[in-house]
Design a protein around this ligand. Sequence first.
Ligand SMILES: CC(C)(COP(=O)(O)OP(=O)(O)OC[C@H]1O[C@@H](n2cnc3c(N)ncnc32)[C@H](O)[C@@H]1OP(=O)(O)O)[C@@H](O)C(=O)NCCC(=O)NCCS
Length: 177
Amino acid sequence: MEIKTFELSYLHSAKDALKSIFYNENSSDIFNEWEFAENLLKSDGYLPELCVIAVDEENVVGYNALTKAKIGSSFGLALGPLGVRKEYQNKGIGSALVRECMKRAEKSGYAWIALLGGNYYSRFGFESGKQYGITVSENKFDNEHLQILFLDRSIKDRVSGRLVYCDAFYDADGNLL
Ligand SMILES: CC(C)(COP(=O)(O)OP(=O)(O)OC[C@H]1O[C@@H](n2cnc3c(N)ncnc32)[C@H](O)[C@@H]1OP(=O)(O)O)[C@@H](O)C(=O)NCCC(=O)NCCS
């Protein structure tokens, strides 16, 4: 198993992996985590070095992307989708994908990474965005799951407002993936 930068030759395998991880009966046909991988390639939020995959014998078994994002007037990154194929979970692959992206983001000088997610992310130092007045929508559930990691802690008190993802995260009506 190897952590690699995403390349176009892995698109089919990455979409397959994301579909196996995220598909459910309510999934949209065109607006979902596996089509995201392809849409991202055309998006202005795509940062090739910050899109990583876990590969086992040439098959993608895990995926994680950091994309351009904004909170108020502050520019940073958004994490997701993150996923690991079920049969490969609990082996440290998700952590390796997140930590690799964190390392690359820090090296490139980004100040923060935000995401919508659950308890999994506290182990990496993500904290609730609530205390900083960061929101993502009018939806209370979404806002409660908004988390942020400050790679540059000196700007902590200067980041506040609405998180805006790159276009690949929204459908034509402006709804979030
Ligand atoms: C969440 C996910 C990426 C973790 O990947 P992974 O490779 O299994 O994770 P790791 O092996 O690095 O870490 C395993 C640890 O995370 C914990 N964990 C896994 N999923 C979790 C979750 N949803 N919430 C809280 N903890 C979680 C495990 O219990 C385990 O804990 P331990 O270290 O105390 O034993 C993977 O379970 C997954 O793809 N889930 C389905 C898609 C998903 O939920 N993506 C995240 C969207 S917010």
